[in-house]
Design a protein around this ligand. Structure first.
Ligand SMILES: Nc1ncnc2c1ncn2[C@@H]1O[C@H](COP(=O)(O)OP(=O)(O)O)[C@@H](O)[C@H]1O
Ligand SMILES: [Mg+2]
Length: 203
């Protein structure tokens, strides 16, 4: 296999929508002929980082392990989709450098919305002082300064958010453009180059 994949790295606060968007995005990329592997922070913690806590060093180590796996996958033609809080800019910049083919997606849901969603009830626990090192409450989140893609999730469905990311990936030339859905050809979606070239006006 000669083509190279690329890493889609979703960062954002807890309950921002990283996991949900990653799950919506996965079948859409598969439908375009890509092999996709979802590396969800929580799942990877069980499988690869069970020894780690939530202090800065642990979070950086966790991100470094995910980075390594992503690099291996991407160079074998897979799209790793990472859904990881990854609160530290240095971790993300290391991932960018190490992986190379890297798209940082900032899921930019405001803290108050995340706290309202509180998917795992952790904000409530943190506010009550029952847990500590909760990102956004008593642990830092360094928002990306120059992400390739910024996706908002307020007043927008997860599917819309995933579609928006697809459009952005096309615009950034990581994905080949598709024709309008009605005219889409089933044979034109297989990835064959490290980056999609020959976009509109250049074909
Ligand atoms: N546009 C959207 N994108 C992603 N999630 C959304 C969106 N709108 C509402 N949600 C909801 O927000 C929550 C996000 O949870 P989750 O994906 O687990 O967050 P994270 O993985 O970032 O911690 C889910 O309950 C999801 O249904
Ligand atoms: Mg998640």
């Amino acid at each position: 296999m000669s083509h190279h994949g690329f890493c889609i790295w979703l960062t954002g606060l807890p309950s921002a929508g990283k996991t949900t968007i990653a799950k919506a995005l996965t079948p859409k990329l598969k439908a375009r002929g890509w092999n996709v592997e979802l590396l969800d922070g929580d799942e990877v913690r069980t499988g690869l980082s069970a020894d780690l806590g939530f202090d800065r060093k642990s979070r950086e180590m966790h991100a470094a392990r995910v980075t390594f796996v992503s690099k291996v996958l991407a160079r074998n033609g897979v799209i790793p989709i990472v859904a990881l809080i990854s609160p530290y800019a240095t971790s993300r910049s290391r991932a960018r450098t190490d992986i190379g083919a890297f798209v940082e997606v900032y899921v930019t849901t405001p803290l108050n919305v995340c706290e309202e969603r509180d998917v795992k009830g952790l904000y409530k626990k943190a506010r009550a002082g029952l847990i500590h090192e909760m990102t956004g409450i008593d642990d830092p989140y360094e928002a990306p300064e120059h992400p390739e893609i910024i996706v908002e999730t307020v007043d927008r469905s997860p599917d819309d958010a995933a579609e928006y990311i697809l459009r952005e990936l096309e615009r950034l030339k990581w994905l080949a453009p598709t024709k309008e859905p009605a005219a889409a050809s089933p044979v034109s979606h297989a990835p064959s180059a490290p980056r999609a070239t020959g976009v509109t006006g250049n074909a």
